[in-house]
Write a protein that binds this ligand. Structure first.
Ligand code: ADP
Length: 492
């Protein structure tokens, strides 16, 4: 075994099997697929490849849990288990972070300081939310008493992507369980390890068997089977907009509730009265955090013309210091793209950017780290981008920034909104009126003022326009997994 494979085997005791009904088992087909470390190209572990029969077993196990102990459990008891999952995630944080780094190509400092603690926060927040789910009494006409009960949806299917494997799983699993649902979680085929680790931790925390089933597999097989399953009441999905549309079409036959968190092409506006140093730092972290593999990545930098030269100079000086490195080295700040497909995609868009006349300022090519087998890419910045160029319109999902000049506030807002997406936006200005006017005018689910990429388990998150619908996090995130029953009582 390679050192990577040995480490993965040590960190994941269940060994890459499916979690169904509280038991770890092989896929019905017996098939497996390798999962890799994108920083080295090495295989970490062979993973059981779930498909339709396994999804069906998982849905049955989830149904049995709902009809059994889980459905009968009080909200306070559910909350205690969720709190324990959060605690165990923190207790095993160093190992969970290593597993996430190995599988996703993220620097160990990021997984240690950001991803794992945020995932634990999500469980702790939702532990408290479980006991705050309340109906209401409604003043209806006539001699009737009308009240509402908030009930779980039933078995819910959660399909997550590979860019924040553990955090995305946590943001769906925790509120779904707080609301009393049972879950079938399908991690992305690229990054199943921490979802499986979460399954181990959930069992250790006392979650009854079948409440959380984890079935790794491919999108068009396992994912599609989950979407089409008649026993699944809802699908919560995070991923590409095109995949979200496919899921909508495939869910239509069984009338499922959907919550879709899709792509983005988020604008990050710097006005001429901004703190230039802060804005330069913010512009870089907005696009290069997690190597640009972030749905909210600030991939369009809209700079007011009068400050473009000093701002770009500062951005380039900082970008020169951003060098990809060994993902397990605590000093590394830029990791490896999660798959070879991603490298090919970034390569394609960089070529398109050049062809359409954008000016490459820096990067635009692979970076070599170690023996050169990892998927590393240099931070890439294009200047002179027009908003109608392909690199400004389509989501690249990699470390590629497009700089677009804007004349003034109104022009900035117009260009910012001139996109099919609407996930997030940023604005840098010292003018409080402009900041809040922008917050109202920007067509996006999240707006950051003099900041970027902030998240909290308590704050709702989701898209406008083609970036999807439904909200995650906060109480809105719990609502997504509930349905309302109206009860009438005749008092006459
Ligand atoms: P990417 O193409 O960047 O991997 P996707 O949006 O395709 O992003 O993937 C996000 C998640 O959606 C993954 O877990 C993937 O397996 C799943 N997925 C992909 N295609 C489908 C599909 N047709 N039905 C259900 N899930 C899918």
């Amino acid at each position: 075994m390679t050192p990577d494979a040995t480490m993965a085997a040590t960190l994941l005791a269940s060994g890459g099997k499916l979690l169904i009904g509280g038991a770890w088992r092989d896929a019905a087909s017996g098939k497996t697929f390798p999962t890799l470390n994108p920083a080295t190209g090495e295989t970490l572990l062979d993973i059981a490849e779930g498909d339709a029969p396994d999804i069906d077993d998982a849905v049955r196990a989830a149904r049995a849990a709902l009809d059994g102990p889980w459905g009968a459990m009080s909200a306070a008891e559910r909350g205690k288990i969720l709190w324990k999952i959060g605690d165990l995630l923190l207790q095993h944080a160093a190992d969970a972070a290593r597993l996430e780094t190995l599988n996703g190509g993220k620097p160990i400092t990021e997984t240690t300081r950001i991803e794992v603690p945020l995932a634990a926060d999500v469980f702790h927040y939702n532990a408290g939310a479980a006991t705050k789910i309340e109906g209401s009494t409604i003043p209806v006409s006539g001699s009737y008493f009308n009240y509402t009960i908030r009930e779980p949806l039933g078995v819910v299917g959660l399909i997550v992507p590979w860019n924040f494997p553990l955090l995305m799983a946590a943001r769906k699993v925790a509120p779904a369980l707080a609301a009393g649902n049972a879950v079938v979680l399908k991690p992305a085929e690229e990054t199943p390890l921490t979802a499986l680790r979460l399954g181990e931790i959930a069992l250790e925390a006392g979650l009854p068997p079948g409440v959380l089933n984890v079935v790794p597999g491919f999108g068009p097989t396992a994912g599609a089977a989950l979407v089409a399953h008649s026993g699944v009441a809802a699908i919560a999905f995070t991923g590409e907009t095109s995949t979200g549309r496919t899921i909508m079409a495939n869910a239509a036959g069984t009338t499922k509730k959907l919550s879709l968190e899709l792509g983005g092409k988020s604008p990050n506006i710097v006005l001429d009265d901004a703190d230039i140093d802060l804005a330069a730092r913010g512009a870089l972290s907005a696009i290069f955090y997690n190597k640009g593999e972030v749905c909210t990545a600030g991939s369009r930098l809209l700079i007011q013309k009068s400050i473009r030269e000093p701002l770009i100079e500062k951005i380039l000086a900082r970008a020169a210091k951003m060098v990809p490195g060994d993902t397990l080295d605590p000093k590394t700040r830029l990791g490896a793209l999660t798959s070879q497909d991603q490298v090919a995609k970034v390569e394609r868009y960089v070529a398109l950017g050049k062809k359409e006349g954008a000016r490459l300022l820096v990067g635009g090519e692979r970076a070599t780290v170690g023996d050169g087998r990892g998927n590393f890419w240099k931070p890439t910045i294009f200047d002179g981008v027009r908003n109608d160029m392909t690199i400004a319109r389509e989501e690249i999902f990699g470390p590629v920034l497009s700089v677009i000049d804007v004349d003034d506030f109104d022009h900035a807002i117009a260009i910012a909104n001139e996109t099919t997406y609407g996930l997030a936006a940023g604005i840098w200005t010292r003018d409080i009126k402009k900041a809040h006017r922008a917050a109202r005018a920007l067509q996006a689910g999240t707006v950051w003022i003099n900041a970027y990429n902030l998240y909290d388990a308590a704050s709702p998150y989701g898209g406008y326009k083609a970036s999807g619908f439904g909200r995650e996090s906060g109480m809105a995130g719990v609502d997504a997994y509930l349905q309302t029953k109206s009860v009438w009582v005749d008092l006459s």
